[in-house]
Design a protein around this ligand. Structure first.
Ligand SMILES: C[S@@+](CC[C@H](N)C(=O)[O-])C[C@H]1O[C@@H](n2cnc3c(N)ncnc32)[C@H](O)[C@@H]1O
Length: 207
C-alpha cells in the first residue's frame, strides 16, 4: 500500500482500533518495552506510534517521541497524552521512511507492528538505523513468515487475511528477505501475542 492508502485505512479503523486490534497487540507492546529497559537518560523514537497505546508502559521520566503518518491515529494519541498527563511523551506527524531527525540522535528506536505495513520497509529500517546512535538499540515487533511455520501458524495466518487487508499488512513477509537488506545485528528474538505468532527482535545498531 502507498502512503495515501495507509492513511485512508487508518482513518477507517482509528475509532475502534484500541478496542479490537489494539487489544490483540497489547502483550507484545508491554513485553517489548520491558525488554527495552529504558531509563531517564534515554531518548527513544517510536515509529508508527498509532493511537499512543504504548506510552503507558514507558517510565514517566523517559523521553519518547512517537511519529506516524495517520492524522486520525495521532489525534487519539494526543488525547491520551493530555488525559493521562504523560510526561516527556511527544508526537509528530512524520513518515518513518523520511525522518527529519539528524543522524545518531536516539538511544533506542522502535517499530511495533509497522514494518510489514509501511510502503517501503527497506527505507524504514535504513532510517531507523541512521537516527539511532552507533551503539544504540533497535527493537521491532512484527509477524515474519518462515518456511518452518507450524500448521497452526499457517491456519492462523489464513484466518488473518481479512484483518491483513484492513490493517494494510503484507501477509507474506519472510524474515530472511527482510534481513537481507536490514542486516540486523540481532541480540535476541522472542515470541509474543496470540499463538506466539509475532516476533520481538532486539538488535544493536550496525550501519
Ligand atoms: C498496525 S498499526 C500499529 C500501531 C501501534 N504501533 C500499535 O502498537 O498499536 C500501524 C501504524 O503504522 C503507521 N504507519 C504505517 N506506515 C508508516 C510510516 N511509513 N511512517 C510512520 N507511520 C507509519 C500507521 O499509520 C499505523 O498507525
Amino acid at each position: 500500500m502507498n502512503k495515501n492508502s495507509i492513511i485512508n485505512s487508518y482513518k477507517r479503523v482509528s475509532s475502534f482500533y484500541d478496542y479490537t486490534f489494539g487489544q490483540v497487540f497489547r502483550p507484545g507492546r508491554k513485553k517489548l518495552i520491558k525488554m527495552m529497559e529504558c531509563d531517564k537518560s534515554d531518548k527513544v523514537l517510536e515509529i508508527g506510534i498509532g493511537t499512543g497505546s504504548s506510552f503507558q508502559y514507558y517510565p514517566r521520566e523517559t523521553n519518547v517521541i512517537g511519529v506516524d503518518i495517520s492524522p486520525d491515529m495521532l489525534k487519539l494519541a494526543t488525547k491520551k497524552i493530555k488525559k493521562n498527563q504523560y510526561n516527556n511523551k511527544y508526537i509528530s506527524m512524520m513518515n518513518g521512511e523520511y525522518l527529519s531527525f539528524a543522524d545518531n540522535t536516539f538511544d533506542k528506536v522502535v517499530a511495533m507492528y509497522v514494518i510489514s505495513v509501511t510502503e517501503n520497509p527497506k527505507k524504514l529500517i535504513q532510517e531507523m538505523k541512521r537516527v539511532c546512535k552507533d551503539d544504540g538499540d533497535i527493537f521491532i515487533v512484527n509477524h515474519f513468515s518462515s518456511d518452518n511455520d507450524s500448521v497452526l501458524c499457517k491456519i492462523f495466518e489464513k484466518s488473518l487475511m481479512p484483518v491483513s487487508r484492513i490493517l494494510g499488512w503484507k501477509p507474506y513477509f519472510p524474515f530472511k528477505d527482510f534481513n537481507n537488506y536490514a542486516n540486523l545485528n540481532i541480540k535476541e528474538v522472542t515470541k509474543t501475542n496470540l499463538f506466539d505468532y509475532w516476533d520481538i527482535i532486539h538488535a544493536t545498531n550496525s550501519k
